[in-house]
Design a protein around this ligand. Structure first.
Ligand code: BJW
Ligand code: ZN
Length: 249
């Protein structure tokens, strides 16, 4: 079905000395995790721009925490899919792929990928909303459901917040630096992202400037489709299975 285009990507991978992949919500969609945008993409009928902001949290922390708690419960029931598993395999290959993800669900790690660059943080981490000295460093909390809700900072007892990057917040400097370094690669794949959120969507352009062969895998066209060398329309899991099958071992 995708054999000709999958073959093109596979042959670039066979000769590449470096591979970087950026993933978005579409990679976790086959696992049952809802995407943000699109007809089926509403998180509990809220737009991400209404809830994923420091302003929303400041005005109604209970509502924002209820949304995150609901998502944690949902993700805890989901399993990594074939796309996560193939990327995990590629990340530990002789020429290891660097995986940058915008997803906060932790499914790449659960599939066995180590060293994932988490561009927008993790829903399994919390930090202090008031940024007290000890609480600026995120801590892991995998309790489902969260109790108490909203959770508190263990150091100062103020509100805790999800360890994610909201609109208007900067990507942590080390994460941005590592990601930009990873765009110096031979092949750059952008998979399952609507490519509307920056600076994540801009990494593709950086990779192109460094001369990478670029390809997009998505169910539909995105603002990046015209910019990549090869846009493949299809589901992330199906297409990656086909590319992996066609790679020479
Ligand atoms: C499938 C599939 C299947 C389905 N197979 N595919 C430049 C231009 C314009 C604006 C800006 C700019 N630079 C910065 C901005 C502002 C802003 C921004 O980008 N706004 C735009 C939306 C207009 N960016 C920021 O604020 C960022 N910070 C920043 O720039 O700091 C500097 C700064 C500071 C202060 C002032 C100004 C600048 C931070 C962005 C943080 C985004 N955070 C979120 C929430 C994270 C926490 C959480 O999860 O709750 O990140 S929003 C949400 O969008 C989440 C996602 O990671 C992100 C991207 O979404 P994604 O993954 O692409 O999902 P969808 O749903 O959009 O798309 C899914 C795709 O999958 C679709 O295309 C489907 O077709 C496809 N699909 N099933 C393959 N089976
Ligand atoms: Zn604190």
């Amino acid at each position: 079905m995708f054999t000709d285009v999958a073959e093109t990507v596979a042959s670039h991978l066979d000769t590449a000395q470096s591979l970087t992949v950026i993933t978005g919500a579409g990679v976790s969609a086959p696992s049952g995790v809802p995407t943000f945008r699109g007809p089926q993409g509403l998180w509990k009928n809220h737009r991400p721009e209404q809830l994923a902001t420091p302003e929303a949290f400041a005005s109604d922390p209970e509502m924002v925490w209820e949304w995150y708690n609901w998502r944690r419960e949902l993700v805890a029931e989901c399993q990594p899919n074939a796309a996560h598993r193939i990327l995990a395999k590629w990340s530990s290959a002789a020429i290891p792929a660097t995986i940058i993800t915008q997803n906060v669900d932790g499914l790449h790690e659960r599939a066995g990928t180590t060293g994932v660059i988490r561009f927008h943080g993790s829903i399994w981490e919390l930090r202090c909303w008031k940024e007290c000295d000890a609480g600026v460093i995120a801590w892991r909390n995998t309790a489902v459901p969260l109790d108490p809700l909203p959770p508190r900072c263990p150091y100062c007892n103020e509100l805790a917040r999800p360890g994610v990057v909201w609109f208007g917040e900067s990507i942590p400097t080390d994460v941005l630096t590592k990601s930009l370094q990873a765009t110096r690669c031979d092949v750059f794949l952008t998979i399952g992202t609507s490519a509307v959120v920056h600076p994540a969507a801009s990494l593709l352009h950086s990779a192109k400037q460094h001369g990478a062969f670029t390809s997009e895998i998505n169910l539909e066209g995105t603002p990046s489709s015209g910019d990549v060398d090869l846009a493949i329309q299809g589901s992330a899991d199906t297409v990656l299975v086909e590319i992996d099958r066609l790679r020479s071992k």
